[in-house]
Every structure is written in C-alpha cells, then in structure tokens.
Design a protein around this ligand. Structure first.
Ligand code: DHB
Ligand code: FE
Length: 282
C-alpha cells in the first residue's frame, strides 16, 4: 500500500526561486536563505526518505485562476503541468510530472469522503508550487518526484477554515493509504509566513506569531486548527492566511509526528522564510 511518510512546510517566496535560478547562493542576502534548505536537501536524498510522489498543497496567485473561476480546493489529475508565466517569462524549471493514477484515486476518495474537489487536467503552476520544489531539489533537469498539485483558494474571501483544511488533510491521508501500490508519499504545505504585500501595513512581519505557529504545528495543533481568519489578518497580515495550507499537511500526518528539522529566517523578500520537516511516526 502507499504510505504517507512525512510532511514538509515551507514559504514559497518568488525571490527564493530567483535566487536559485540565478545561482545567488554566495550573495550575503541570499546565503542564509538558501542555507535554510541544506538540511532537507541532504535528508531527502537518502533512499529511505526520498518520496515517489509529493502531494503539493499550494495556492495559485492569479496565474491559472482569476475572478472568473475560484475553486476552493482543486486537485491536478493531468499528466503534466508547465511553469506559469508570472510576468517575467516562465521560470527555467522542468515541467511537473504527475502520478495521475494516484491523483485520480485521491480525487475519487476525497469526493466520496464528502470533499467536493475541483478536478483540473490542464493549468500552469506558479511560484506557489515551483519555488518549494526548487528549495528542496535545487536545479535538476527533471524533478526527481511525481507531483500532485493540490490548489487551495487563499486569495479571495471566503477562504476555507483551518479546521476544514485539517479535515481535508485527514481525508488525503485516508486516500493515500488506500492506494494499493507500494509508494512513499509526502505531503507539503506551502505559503506564509506572516506577510502583507499591499496597503498601509505592507511589509508586516510578525516573528512572534510565526514562531508560535511553528511551535504549535508540532505541540498544539488544536490551537491552529481553530484559529479564526481575523487572527491571521490581524497578526500575520493579509497574506499570512496562506498558512492555513500548512494545516492540510499537518492534518494528514495525524497524532503521532516527530519534528525532524525547522528553519526561520527574516527577511526573505517581504516575509519570513519558515520551514519545517515532520515525520509521520505512526
Ligand atoms: C511574497 C511572498 C509570497 O508568498 C508570495 O506569494 C508573493 C510574494 C514576498 O514576500 O515577496
Ligand atoms: Fe504566496
């Protein structure tokens, strides 16, 4: 059977992608940013940790969807997805290859489990999905894993609650664990941490909020599960709500987890780099 072995949380800041694409690892600004991923890059290369498939939970930033179409939860079931052109041309990264059979299985399992997923066979994927892949796998010719895109609307209100995200994560775990092939599957939650990109509070970063979020992801996820949107808005800025996507990853791992690694670095563009690696200890 397929096994859900680990979860990774990470910011998906576009500038991290630029730093990797332009080999800026020695630049004093980017050095600590990229070094934050040294640990996970070594860890994931070990055969016992290398996933066959990543369920990559991310949000689109008006690249594939706009006000014409706003799916709350969408799953990519098509064979492959191209990097989006976000205004400067598409990132020089490989296309994302899906594990369509598992993706369709998850879609069916979720829908029969009362989550009405939107199924997307064709779309471009933006920095929300490609930057985490670069952060963890650097610059390969082909991504070394299959990727199931799982897009969440955190851009236009109403966005899903933390509890709904958590429950979706639990349902994803049931779906993965009922797939008959022997696969190592990881789930990644991306976005955050605290940031606000517009208005009078643009530039807001709240280290205290972010650190408590990382602590409670491991130690007190019940608090995060019921944290209201207004609290994210007030404490973590308008874009801090991206963090609800980390709760899909966390909900999928369930009660028994082990924190293997974390990193936090300010500043990273307009936000903090937040990163965590959790092992499923079940
Ligand atoms: C930034 C962060 C994001 O999560 C994003 O989607 C876009 C920009 C930033 O910090 O610049
Ligand atoms: Fe974002």
């Amino acid at each position: 059977m397929a096994r859900l072995t680990a979860g990774i949380g990470t910011s998906h800041v576009p500038l991290i992608g630029v730093a990797i694409d332009q080999d800026k690892g020695d630049d004093p600004y980017f050095k600590p940013v990229l070094e934050a991923y040294d640990w996970v890059r070594d860890w994931i290369k070990k055969p016992e940790n290398k996933p066959d498939v990543v369920v990559l939970v991310y949000n689109d930033h008006a690249s594939a969807f706009d006000m014409d179409l706003i799916p709350t939860f969408a799953i990519g079931c098509g064979e492959s997805y191209q990097p989006a052109d976000e205004g400067w041309g598409p990132r020089p990264v490989p296309n994302v290859k899906n594990h369509s059979k598992l993706a369709w299985h998850i879609a069916q399992s979720l829908i029969l489990d009362d989550f009405d997923m939107t199924i997307i066979n064709k779309m471009d994927v933006d920095h929300g999905l490609t930057v985490p892949l670069s952060a963890v796998f650097d610059q390969p010719r082909e991504w070394p894993v299959k990727v199931i895109p799982l897009a969440v609307n955190v851009v236009t209100y109403p966005v899903p609650s933390g509890n709904r995200c958590w429950m979706l994560g639990e349902a994803i775990a049931r779906a993965v664990e009922s797939f008959p092939e022997d696969l190592n599957v990881q789930i990644w939650g991306t976005g955050g941490m605290s940031h606000q990109l517009q208005g009078p509070r643009a530039g807001l970063i709240n280290r205290e909020f972010d650190t408590a979020f990382l602590d409670d992801l491991t130690q007190n996820p019940e608090r995060l599960r019921y944290l209201p949107h207004i609290e994210y808005l007030r404490e973590a800025g308008s874009e801090g709500i991206e963090l609800v996507m980390w709760l899909i990853m966390r909900g999928a791992l369930g009660a028994s987890i082990k924190e293997l690694h974390r990193a936090y670095h300010v500043p990273t563009s307009n936000t903090a780099l937040g990163h965590i690696v959790l092992e499923n200890a079940k």
